[in-house]
Design a protein around this ligand. Structure first.
Ligand code: AMP
Length: 339
C-alpha cells in the first residue's frame, strides 16, 4: 500500500522535522511510498514568491540528503498543471458546505479576520477580514485531495489536524467513483508511528515549528554547528539543577533529554542519570545534535551548490510522479465529461 507524505516549505527544515519525520521517511519508507515538497500549499496565506522558491529547493535537497530515494521525491508545483486540472474535477465533486466546515479553514480564516481591525464601508472587522482571506484557503482540501488521488496513495500518515481533510478526500473519491465511474483509490488516514516531538528551545510548551518568528528556539538542519551549540546552550530550562526527565514540571529539561534520546538512542530517564548538571546535559545534546545533523547538512549543501544536479533530480522526480498519475487524471476528465 503506497503512502504519501508532504512537507510544506513555509520555513527552513528544523530538527523536529528531521527527528520526527524526515529521518524516518528515509529509514522506513516502503518502495512505493512518495514524499513531496508541498510548495503550492505554502500559497494559501500571504507569501513571498522568491522565498517560497528557495525554501522548496532547500527542502528537496534535505529530503534527498536524508537518504530518501530521489525516485520517490517530487516538488508539488512541478505537477501544477495536472493538479490544477484535478482540483477542478474535485471542486466539481465537492459541496461548498463541505469545504467551509473544515476546522482548519475556520481557524485560519478566523485568525486572519481577527487581525483585521475595526469596521468601515458597511463591513465589520470579521467579514472584512474574511473577505481578505485567500479563496485557496477554502479550496485547499481539494488540492490535498488531488495530491493524494492523483498518485493513487492508499495510506496518508497525518496528525489530528489533517485527519478531516483525508476524510473529505475519501468522501470525494467515493462520490466520484459512484457517480462517474471507478477511477480513484479511496485512501485511509493512518497515524504516523510515534516519533520524537521536539519542542521549541525557548518555549518548551510549544512544538518546534518552521513558522516561529523567533529562530532562537529552533535548530535548523542547515545551521552552522556553532549556531546549533549556541541555541542549545541558551535553551530555557526550569529552576532545578539535577537533571530529571519530568515533562510536566520540567518541560525544558525533558525536551533536551528527549532530543538526546532521539539522537543517541536510549530512554530520556536513563540518560538523565548520566549527568549531574544542566550544563553537562546541554553540552551532550549539542554534541549529539551536531553529530546527527552533520552528514545531512553536508550532503544538502553540496547538492544545493550543484544547481544542475539538483535540477536533474527534480525533473526526474516530477516526470515519474506525472507518469504515475496521468492515467487517473485522463480517466477522471473523460468520465466527468471533459474529453
Ligand atoms: P510541517 O513542518 O508541519 O510541514 O511537518 C512536516 C513533518 O514534520 C510532519 O510529519 C510533522 O509531523 C513533522 N514535525 C513538524 N514539527 C515537528 C516537531 N516539532 N517535532 C516532531 N515532528 C515534527
Amino acid at each position: 500500500m503506497s503512502k504519501l507524505s508532504g512537507i510544506t516549505p513555509s520555513g527552513h527544515v528544523h530538527l523536529g522535522n528531521h527527528l520526527g519525520a524526515v529521518r524516518r521517511w528515509a529509514l522506513d519508507g516502503g518502495a512505493d511510498d512518495l514524499y513531496f515538497v508541498a510548495d503550492l500549499h505554502g500559497m494559501t496565506t500571504p507569501h513571498n514568491p522568491a522565498r517560497l522558491r528557495s525554501l522548496a529547493s532547500e527542502q528537496l535537497a534535505v529530503l534527498i540528503a536524508a537518504g530518501i530515494d530521489p525516485e520517490r521525491v517530487f516538488v508539488q508545483s512541478d505537477l501544477a498543471r495536472e493538479l490544477g486540472a484535478l482540483i477542478w474535477v474535485l471542486e466539481c465533486t465537492c459541496n461548498y458546505g463541505e469545504a467551509a466546515r473544515m476546522i482548519q479553514f475556520k481557524e485560519k480564516s478566523a485568525a486572519r479576520s481577527a487581525s483585521v481591525e475595526g469596521g468601515g464601508g458597511g463591513m465589520d472587522g470579521k467579514s472584512k477580514g474574511q473577505a481578505g482571506v485567500r479563496l485557496s484557503l477554502l479550496t485547499y482540501p481539494a488540492l490535498m485531495a488531488a495530491d493524494i488521488l492523483l498518485q493513487g496513495a492508499g495510506e496518508v500518515p497525518v496528525g489530528e489536524d489533517q485527519r478531516q481533510h483525508v476524510e473529505l478526500t475519501r468522501t470525494l473519491a467515493k462520490r466520484f467513483n459512484s457517480t462517474y465511474g471507478e477511477v480513484f483509490t479511496v485512501p485511509e488516514a493512518v497515524l504516523p508511528p510515534a516519533g520524537a516531538r521536539v519542542k521549541d528551545l525557548t518555549d518548551p510548551t510549544r512544538k518546534m515549528s518552521k513558522s516561529t518568528r523567533d529562530a532562537a528556539g529552533v535548530v535548523f538542519v542547515l545551521d552552522e554547528p556553532d549556531q546549533v551549540r549556541r541555541k542549545i546552550r541558551r535553551a530555557v530550562t526550569d529552576g532545578g539543577s539535577v537533571p530529571v526527565h519530568a515533562p510536566d514540571t520540567r518541560p525544558g529539561m525533558a525536551n533536551l533529554l528527549e532530543i538526546l534520546a532521539a539522537c543517541r538512542g536510549g530512554s530520556p530517564s536513563d540518560l538523565a542519570e548520566e549527568f549531574s548538571s544542566y550544563g553537562a546535559v546541554k553540552d551532550a545534546v549539542a554534541d549529539a545534535v551536531i553529530e546527527e545533523l552533520q552528514p545531512l547538512r553536508e550532503r544538502a549543501l553540496t547538492l544545493l551548490d550543484d544547481v544542475a544536479e539538483l535540477e536533474r533530480v527534480r525533473k526526474a522526480g516530477a516526470e515519474r510522479a506525472r507518469e504515475r498519475g496521468s492515467h487517473r487524471l485522463d480517466a477522471a476528465l473523460r468520465m466527468i465529461g471533459a474529453n
